[in-house]
Structures are given as structure tokens and as C-alpha cells.
Design a protein around this ligand. Structure first.
Ligand code: SF4
Length: 220
């Protein structure tokens, strides 16, 4: 769990920064392997995330939005981070964008929303709906990696460029990579527009519809 190790070190560095350090030559603690393991069961993972204070987002969140859906889902949807409605409710994609995502799942894939698993790159709301910083995203990624490892989906749909970027490391624009299928280790990845973007740009819904039809064909 190199990422979690790095996250714990980052937390130490944040603490030092808040105390006024601009640089440090202090020896940071080395963590035992048992400290760096995230739990393997979903229930234990949720419990750990709910008490998580590894990054700055923990200071302003109301609720940790871990994710929801079928723990054995064949398809996972990964967005950027919770918004205000999600922060209030503790559930992912429940506002207007969530309603659109639910329609995309139920009216194009023809499966109930409860059959897929929905989560985000970061589990706590970035203030004012800004994108998560690279530090916040990388600090939170071990939770997503563990969710993927536990659920073992066949297909992951990245909702928007931020989700695609942190799932692949690729910084391409969403307009360049949407609709193409990437073979990842253990699953296929496809990127499409984030539902919030579709609400602001309804003309892009046609392309998102094509992407979802592709997902549907990949389910067979
Ligand atoms: S965003 Fe992730 S890493 Fe940051 S506090 Fe929330 S759960 Fe922890």
C-alpha cells in the first residue's frame, strides 16, 4: 500500500505545515505494514473511510460519501467528488446530476441503478465544488483502489476528465478520449461526460448516449 504510506506521510507534513514549518529535516515515522493495510471487507472499509482525516477535505465535509450499489456489480461508475446534496445525504449522485445518471443507467443500460456501483475519486466534498487537488485525489485513491479490488467490476465508466485522469494517469481532454475503451488490469475502462457537464451542455447528451450504448454492448 505505497499510496497509503504516502498519504500518511503527507498527513504528517500537513500537520507540520500548519505548525509553521516551511521545510523539515525531521525524521518522519516509519509505519508498520499492519498500519498501512486498508481492510478487505466493504463494511470495514466504509467504517475506516467514515473516520478518515487523511486530507484537508475532512475539515469541511458534512458526511463521507463512500459509494453505494451492488457490492458484486459488473459495472462501476466513478465521478469526481461529492457535491452539496451528496455531502448532506452521504450518498453519491443524488442531486440533479444524479437523476440524469440514474436515467442513463436505467433507460440506456436497462438495469436498475441498484445493480451498479457508484462512487467518486474523493469521498469528501471539495469546497465550492472545485475539483479535488492532486494531493487530495492521490490521498483518497487507495479507498477507490480497494473498492475496485473488492467489487471486481468488468467495466468501469469514468464520469468526466478528472475521474479518467486519476484512474489512468492520462491527462487527455475528455473530448479526445470519451467513447474509447481502455484495457486495464482486470477491467475495461470507458470515459464519458460527467452528468453535471451534460446538464450545462445538453447538446453533448447525444455523445454520452452513444458512450452508454457502447457500455451496453460491452455487457454482453
Ligand atoms: S477525501 Fe478521502 S482521504 Fe480525504 S478525508 Fe475524505 S476519505 Fe479521507
Amino acid at each position: 500500500m505505497k499510496n497509503l504510506h504516502n498519504a500518511l506521510l503527507l498527513k504528517q507534513l500537513y500537520g507540520l505545515k500548519q505548525m509553521g514549518y516551511l521545510y523539515t529535516d525531521l525524521t518522519l515515522p516509519s509505519y508498520r505494514a499492519s498500519d498501512l493495510q486498508l481492510p478487505s471487507t466493504m463494511d470495514a472499509l466504509i467504517k475506516q473511510a467514515i473516520g478518515c482525516h487523511l486530507c484537508e477535505l475532512s475539515k469541511t465535509r458534512k458526511k463521507v460519501v463512500f459509494g453505494e450499489g451492488n457490492p458484486h456489480a459488473a459495472i462501476m461508475f466513478v465521478g469526481e467528488g461529492p457535491g452539496a446534496t451528496e455531502d448532506d445525504s452521504g450518498r453519491p449522485f443524488v442531486g440533479r446530476a444524479g437523476e440524469l445518471l440514474t436515467n442513463m443507467i436505467e433507460k440506456v443500460l436497462f438495469i436498475p441503478r441498484s445493480e451498479v456501483y457508484i462512487t467518486n475519486i474523493v469521498k469528501c466534498r471539495p469546497p465550492n465544488n472545485r475539483p479535488p487537488s492532486p494531493t487530495e485525489a492521490h490521498t483518497c485513491l487507495p479507498y477507490l483502489q480497494k473498492q475496485i479490488e473488492t467489487i471486481q467490476p468488468r467495466i468501469i465508466v469514468a464520469l468526466g476528465a478528472t475521474a479518467y485522469h486519476y484512474l489512468t494517469g492520462d491527462e487527455s481532454k475528455i473530448t479526445q478520449i470519451r467513447g474509447s475503451v481502455l484495457e486495464q488490469s482486470g477491467y475495461k475502462l470507458i470515459a464519458t461526460y460527467h452528468p453535471s457537464y451534460l446538464l450545462r451542455n445538453p447538446s453533448a447528451k447525444k455523445e454520452a448516449f452513444e458512450d452508454m450504448k457502447l457500455v451496453k454492448s460491452m455487457m454482453r
